[in-house]
Design a protein around this ligand. Structure first.
Ligand SMILES: N[C@@H](CCC(=O)N[C@@H](CS)C(=O)NCC(=O)O)C(=O)O
Length: 226
């Protein structure tokens, strides 16, 4: 059975959504990153990058959330746009936009807004700006199309949803993106999304963001490289 290495954060949750949408049987394997489980040799053998999500699909290993979305969508033939060069180009473009833009910039926006041990105005402003810039691009796209790729719900929407369900946490209460909210709310109302979001509640996790958690999640605190 497919093993799904995960925690309750955005990148694994978008993969949980696709697993639930497709109904693929899977065994969830919790990786408590606050306890440093991502650095155990057995997990690094699955993902040398030491991050969740990753899957082991009967010996086929895939890591990085958007790679997993594409792998599973292509394997099942589901949640993909039309099989034309134009549609595939759009899928790859928006999926990579999520992978290289939305994910990393939202991740840093959350870090500097909520978790950085010291307040750094420059970094906070830069990543808030970038998070909001990416949201603006998504919002403009969704003003013209029901879904990211047009009329069909695809893995590009799932990739977006993983992060936009936390848009307020990442970018602040005062930031309003009505079209992004419409899509996010529509997906969140799907039974598969409720199951994906609830998956983490079946396991026990370290709740405190204390010195132990910081030492596991923010390894740079212990070294001076610049
Ligand atoms: N590019 C990766 C990023 C994965 C990622 O950053 N995962 C976070 C949770 S959302 C993680 O495992 N953090 C633990 C750590 O950095 O030690 C993806 O899209 O899957």
């Amino acid at each position: 059975m497919l093993k799904f290495y995960f925690n309750g954060s955005p990148n694994p949750t978008k993969v949980a959504l696709l697993l639930e949408e497709t109904g693929i049987p899977y065994e969830p394997v919790p990786v408590d990153t606050r306890l440093g489980a991502q650095f155990k040799p057995e997990f690094l053998a699955i993902n040398p990058n030491g991050k969740v999500p990753a899957i082991d699909d009967d010996g086929v290993i895939v890591f990085d959330s958007n790679a997993i979305l594409l792998y599973l969508a292509e394997k099942t033939g589901r949640f993909l746009p039309d099989d034309t060069p134009k549609s595939r180009a759009e899928l790859l473009s928006w999926l990579m936009f999520v992978a290289s833009g939305v994910g990393p910039f939202f991740g840093q926006a959350v870090h500097f807004k909520h978790f950085a041990p010291e307040k750094v105005d420059y970094a906070n402003n830069r990543y808030q700006y970038e998070a909001q810039r990416h949201l603006t691009i998504l919002d403009q796209r969704l003003a013209k199309h029901r879904y990211m790729l047009g009329d069909t719900y695809t893995i590009a929407d799932m990739g977006v949803w993983g992060w936009t369900r936390l848009a307020t946490f990442a970018a602040g209460e005062s930031v309003k993106f009505p079209n992004v909210k419409r899509l996010t709310d529509e997906i969140s109302a799907r039974p598969a999304a409720a199951k994906a979001a609830a998956l983490k509640d079946k396991f026990k996790w370290k709740a405190e963001m204390d010195d132990e958690a910081r030492s596991n999640m923010f390894k740079h605190l212990a070294v001076k490289v610049a």
